[in-house]
Write a protein that binds this ligand. Structure first.
Ligand code: PLP
Length: 449
């Protein structure tokens, strides 16, 4: 059944006549009948071209932290646009935004702006390789670090059953078009597996330029780090002169003002930020410890970008941080997110669905399978068919998490307890419908019994 109303379907035809598959990012294409076209967003809601309202738990896959079209951020951006945006020179707003960012994250000595998370991780990896004078980079299975060649291995699109031994995983290339040689520079490891980490460092630590890690797996069910994992990673990187890169593109300015560094108390050498930093405006940053600064300061390791630190991006970042700092945004997200996580878990129990709600109140996933996944390979047990059928039912009823459980639900400060109540009602109805269709409704709910 199509998710599109008549006007949305018409707009999707127009989109498809101009944009390949009707989208500007491959992940957004959900098929010709189910890819929506959105008219506008405000607070916790988005409206499609038919005027149908959805409670939005995609939040643009992370950026929307205050709510859509936050008036304070919008005003700051309009003011910036009126005064010119890009000058090929450092500008006032860029300086103010950098001050706000370093003040918020606390641990870093210097930073530079980029425009997207992809650009940020690309620059972070080159800096790390240039600094360490080594080529090998480690990433964790199920993690996504953007769309450049060096990191498109064993993302959550890889089949968990084809990743080889836990101690010597096979990096799985998830796109054509990447030169064969690139594979030789990347190693993959299971997240949260200290034994695999120690084993790897014993053999290859001295050759490894960097480990890049999403401190919580924001592209694989929002899985959180097990106690001690990030600490062990920090210790091994330090003792091997390997650069530790936190990819905070999803966790930064979302878990807390100081991101995952503040939440978990472990400090990287380099961190990348994007998404929530601009509440929907394209802005990203690479932050550096004191030791890393010389890598760029002395020259010789290329970093550049025409739009880096532009006025719109800088104004959005500064205003977003001001709002996060001076309102109860994080408290609201935690309260509403926790209530939603607990409510969803109760519904799973009520309908006899084995599973769990895992992650952080601002970014969590509904897992439908045995046990509690602590790394990407565990999610092979997830019942994707039941989950997808449930979310399809929710979207029809006007509540929109991502259709793919690997991509977490995201909360903004605009979501309310009323939204939670409606969401739980809709989740129950959609789950019952999906279970009935699969013939797995618990007997006490099966009217046919
Ligand atoms: C952790 C992480 N890093 C990097 C990226 C790439 O960011 P962008 O899409 O802005 O290029 C993403 C995007 O989802 C991400 O989740």
């Amino acid at each position: 059944m199509s998710s599109q109303g008549p006007l949305t379907a018409e707009w999707f035809q127009r989109a498809s006549a101009n944009l390949v598959n009707g989208v500007s990012s491959g992940f957004r294409y959900l098929g010709d009948d189910d890819t929506l076209v959105i008219d506008r967003g405000e607070g916790a809601y988005v409206w499609d071209m038919d005027g149908k309202r959805y409670i939005d738990y995609q939040c643009a896959w992370g950026p929307i932290i205050l709510g859509h079209a936050d008036p304070y951020v919008t005003d700051a951006v309009i003011a910036a646009a009126r005064e010119g945006t890009t000058f090929a020179m450092t500008q006032r707003r860029e300086v103010e935004a950098a001050e706000a960012i370093l003040d918020a994250i606390k641990w870093a000595e210097r930073m530079r702006f980029t425009n997207t998370g992809t650009e940020a991780t690309m620059h972070a990896l080159r800096l790390a390789r240039g600094w360490a004078n080594r080529d090998l980079v480690v990433k964790f299975e199920g993690a996504y670090h953007g769309a450049h060649d060096y990191v498109l291995f064993t993302t959550a699109s890889a089949p968990p059953a084809h990743l080889g031994s836990r101690l010597r995983p096979i990096p799985y290339q998830v796109s054509s078009g990447i030169p064969d040689g690139i594979r030789s520079y990347i190693r993959t490891l299971p997240f949260n597996d200290v034994d695999a980490l120690v084993d790897y460092f014993d053999d290859y630590g001295h050759q490894t330029a960097a480990v890049i890690v999403e401190p919580a797996a924001g592209n694989a069910f929002g899985i959180m780090p097990e106690p001690g994992f990030l600490e062990k990673l920090r210790e091994l990187c330090t003792s091997n002169n390997t650069v530790l890169i936190f990819d905070e593109v999803k966790t930064g300015f979302r878990f807390a003002l100081g991101g995952a560094v503040e939440t978990f108390g472990v400090t990287p050498d380099i961190a990348t930020y994007a998404k929530a930093l601009g509440n929907g405006f394209p802005v990203a940053a690479v932050a550096l410890s004191a030791e890393m600064v010389d890598g760029w300061k002395l020259g010789g390791i290329a970093q550049a970008g025409t739009f880096g630190g532009n006025g719109i991006a800088s104004a959005a970042a500064k205003a977003t941080i001001e709002q996060l700092r001076t309102t109860d945004a994080f408290a609201q997200i935690e309260k509403v997110g926790k209530a939603l996580m607990e409510g969803l878990a109760r519904v799973l129990v009520e309908f006899g669905v084995e599973g769990d709600v895992i992650g952080h109140p601002s970014m969590f996933s509904v897992y439908m399978g045995e046990g509690r996944p602590i790394e990407f390979r565990d999610i092979a047990a997830h019942d994707a068919r039941l989950y997808t059928a449930t979310i399809e039912g929710m979207i029809r009823r006007g509540v929109m998490p991502c259709i793919d459980a690997r991509e977490p639900w995201f909360l903004s400060a605009s979501h309310t307890m009323e939204d939670v109540a409606l969401t739980l009602e809709v989740f129950s109805d959609a789950l019952v419908e999906a279970l009935a269709r699969a013939g797995s409704l618990p007997s006490h709910l099966d009217e046919g019994d």
